[in-house]
Design a protein around this ligand. Structure first.
Ligand SMILES: [Zn+2]
Length: 211
């Protein structure tokens, strides 16, 4: 087949998949977002995080820096720091991770950390005792306003997502977040990724709930 024909077929398939209210899924491993104060404590005053890899959401990136999370029962090593720095530190882990740490952690929307437990973060011999901010991130979809229009959903809406994989399932209670600064992707953690047989490129179809 010639290149042009292949491209037109690929474009048609992409368009049909989009028309089917499908979004690409990404799995997020455990990670930390750090405030300026936290970076100063863990890496030294005025330290600048080192960008290692751009993430799908514009302006967000994985850093070279790694930290250790310490709980009463155990530690999690080699936890990636995501940039840029944030107003408040936040640590996102899976429910399996919380068992390793020995801390009871609620499922929360990113940023809603009032009343959440803290955790000890270590970098070498530097120790930060975070008072709050340890969460299991609620599964969510980042969406552009254009896609929200196309999919007939709005910011804050809760939907179901049917995952197409070799271990298909339907996720309930999926929060849609619409923002012009987003790219459209669904985010799940590793527990959820394993539960649905996630592989890179796995797609999910949005199922709208009756109000
Ligand atoms: Zn996300």
């Amino acid at each position: 087949m010639n290149q042009q024909l292949v491209e037109s077929i690929v474009n048609e398939v992409v368009k049909r998949v989009q028309d089917e209210k499908c979004v690409e899924i990404e799995a997020s491993g455990k990670h930390v977002h750090l405030s300026r104060e936290a970076i100063d404590t863990l890496f030294g005053k005025g330290y600048q995080l080192t960008k290692a890899k751009e993430l799908s959401q514009p302006g967000q990136y994985a850093c070279k820096e790694r930290v250790t999370l310490i709980g009463p029962k155990g530690s999690l090593h080699n936890v990636v720091v995501l940039g840029p720095e944030r107003k408040e530190s936040q640590v996102e882990v899976s429910l399996t991770d919380t068992l390793s740490l020995g801390i009871k952690v609620p499922v929360r929307e990113s940023g809603k950390i009032e009343g959440t437990p803290g955790v000890i973060i270590a970098s070498g011999s530097n120790i930060l005792r975070l008072e709050k901010g340890l969460i299991v991130a609620k599964r969510h979809i980042h969406m552009t306003p254009d896609d929200a229009k196309k999919f007939y959903v709005e910011n804050g809406e809760v939907v179901q997502v049917k995952v197409f994989s070799n271990r298909p399932l339907i996720f309930d209670d999926v929060l849609v977040r619409v923002n012009p600064s987003y790219q459209t992707y669904m985010h799940i953690d590793y527990d959820e990724a394993n539960a649905c047989g996630f592989a890179k490129g796995t797609m999910g179809k949005i199922i709208k709930l009756c109000k």
